[in-house]
Ligand binder design. Structure first.
Ligand code: CA
Ligand code: CA
Length: 115
């Protein structure tokens, strides 16, 4: 009878320590995003801390693995929303639209100049 009580006692110790170990594991996750020294995300990527690791995702206007991000050429890819009478210029992380000569507007909408 005593052996059964002893066995149960050890079982409780093992189970409770397992729980403690799990708690320690969850609390010991390192936030690699806190410092650029701890992650290898590209400067144009957003770092997201995860349990036991981290993720890098390129910012809008950039594409790649997150460790490497290259500018999206919106003028080439067709993502640019320039007016038909505007010239598209690719920039790092974006693009610009400028109305062609003889047209006036913000590049998204261009209308003929009145003389
Ligand atoms: Ca982490
Ligand atoms: Ca671009």
């Amino acid at each position: 009878m005593n052996y059964i009580i002893l066995f149960c006692f050890f079982l409780i110790i093992i189970v409770s320590h397992k729980h403690e170990y799990k708690m320690c594991y969850y609390q010991s996750d390192l936030d690699e995003c806190q410092s650029n020294d701890l992650n290898n995300c590209h400067e144009m990527a957003t770092c997201t801390n995860t349990e036991g690791s981290f993720e890098c995702n390129c910012n809008a206007g950039w594409e790649g693995s997150g460790v490497q991000c290259i500018d999206v050429d919106e003028c080439d890819s067709g993502d640019a929303e320039c007016h038909a009478n505007a010239d598209c210029t690719n920039t790092d992380g974006g693009y610009t639209c400028d109305c062609q000569d003889g047209y006036i507007g913000d590049g998204m909408t261009c209308s003929g100049k009145c003389y």
